[in-house]
Design a protein around this ligand. Structure first.
Ligand code: SME
Length: 177
């Protein structure tokens, strides 16, 4: 979707939340995720469910989804939004940096980054993003969780806190299949 900035009919522009509304939305999302995933061990089902709930509760989530570690690179997993890049090499873009450094990345304005190396523009409507590393019970990186907004500065320490907590709870502390 790099040729056009037109949004498909099923996606709306992002709406930023203040801290209080953001916290309330994440608290509701955490309850819904836990209620739906109790005892579930399949990673794909967990990724798809977590992503759907978060995208439903947080109105600034424009593109949201997982890139999973496969054959030494990131490959797109469960996501919602316009067409995502299929594969991302470690170190490339914000997702690749999160995977290589195994640390959450917060970017207030993706247009300020070098395009193609520091940021990969799958959709020109993306303006800010957060990428959170996802680990399994052995502490191995299994994926990154990537969320893009059409507004600048949508993500902050509150998003980081809740997303790291959700990933920790459902993947690092997972029951093994
Ligand atoms: N934002 C990413 C690329 C993936 S898409 O946004 C779906 C990045 O630069 O890492």
């Amino acid at each position: 979707m790099s040729a056009s900035a037109e949004m498909p009919y099923f996606i709306k522009p992002s709406l930023n939340l203040d801290a209080e509304a953001k916290k309330a939305a994440y608290e509701q999302a955490v309850v819904a995720i836990d209620a739906n995933l109790g005892g579930e061990t399949d990673r794909i089902l967990k990724m798809a469910t977590i992503n759907s709930v978060l995208k439903t509760y947080l109105p600034y989530y424009y593109w949201a989804g997982f890139y999973v570690v496969k054959n030494g690179r990131l490959s797109v997993g469960p996501y919602q939004g316009t067409l995502g890049c299929l594969h991302i090499e470690f170190g490339r873009g914000v997702c690749g940096k999160a995977a290589r450094e195994q640390k959450t990345q917060l970017v207030g304005n993706v247009h300020a980054l070098a395009q193609g190396s520091e940021h990969i523009a799958c959709d020109p409507n993306s303006a800010s993003e957060i990428v959170v590393p996802v680990f399994d019970g052995k502490g191995e990186l299994i994926a990154v969780y990537d969320v893009d907004s059409t507004q600048i500065n949508s993500f902050d320490a509150l998003d980081q806190f809740y997303l790291e907590k959700i990933m920790e709870r459902h993947f690092r502390q997972e029951a093994l299949d």
